[in-house]
Design a protein around this ligand. Sequence first.
Ligand SMILES: Nc1nc2c(ncn2[C@@H]2O[C@H](COP(=O)(O)OP(=O)(O)O)[C@@H](O)[C@H]2O)c(=O)[nH]1
Ligand SMILES: [Mg+2]
Ligand SMILES: [Zn+2]
Length: 294
Amino acid sequence: MSFEKDYGIILKGIGGFYYVLKDQRVYECKAGGRLRLGDMTPVAGDMVTFELSGEDGLITSIKPRKNSLSRPPVANIDRLFIVASAASPKTDPYLIDKVTVIAVREDIEPVILLNKCDIDRCDELYNIYTKAGFATIRVSTVTGEGIDSVKEMSKNGISCFTGNSGIGKSSIMNCLLPNKNLLVGMISRKVARGKNTTRQSELFPCAGGFVIDTPGFSSFDIVKSSSIEKEQLQYCFPEMTGYFDKCRFSGCAHIKEPGCLVREDVERGFIPKSRYESYVRLYEELSKVKSWER
Ligand SMILES: Nc1nc2c(ncn2[C@@H]2O[C@H](COP(=O)(O)OP(=O)(O)O)[C@@H](O)[C@H]2O)c(=O)[nH]1
Ligand SMILES: [Mg+2]
Ligand SMILES: [Zn+2]
């Protein structure tokens, strides 16, 4: 990953200290206070400038963020690896679709990783997400299938892993980072609660980019965490964006309107049915949100 001159990147924060990587070295820094940083609290992924006095670093500015997630706090995400499976615990496509909407909205590239393919080839999920136009990779941490492709995609920028507990996020990261030994089979919340210091998730350098784990899908509540309006929802479904203003009624929401080309193409199998059903379900959820609740 290339940096703008003078900037380092925060790998993690623990108990008020931030570990900033710059020119192959990690510096322990404190935050520079309200005067310099205003309301921004540094998080992993932030690009920062800092001053050194002796060994002690002081963060002096934070570059405006491209995007950010709050659980875990991480900024400037380029890619979201959404880990799913048809093997246990089987993933509900609706959960995947919710996350893809937020990703697209935040200008993050969603990549679907179908894990545990040694047990189940995940054909149904594979067909849905390739047809929808997402990069979709079959993975197995047992046979090593797909790991090279995941590594290749991690070369640029910051890649964040998400998916239900037990789906294999830590296992996949261990394949990418063989020297790190992340805790497989551990619930991430437990790990986070174990110590008294507040600890952020950590960015790990990987293949030229960075990878980071998240606690799971629960951090992606579409209604609460994003300011998306129902009229905008169709633009967060890449397979539906070409239909804008082509249906019989301009401003068609593709729900019940006659002459809707989206619904016709769902019937003809060009748009995956489960994706369309998620669209309708999310549209209805967003319709219930009053404007003052946003
Ligand atoms: N058969 C099979 N089991 C896997 C695979 N990846 C992970 N597991 C198992 O799934 C369980 C949960 O894995 P873990 O990486 O801790 O999931 P996390 O909660 O998403 O971090 C562990 O028992 C792993 O050994 C896989 O590709 N195939
Ligand atoms: Mg884990
Ligand atoms: Zn329509």
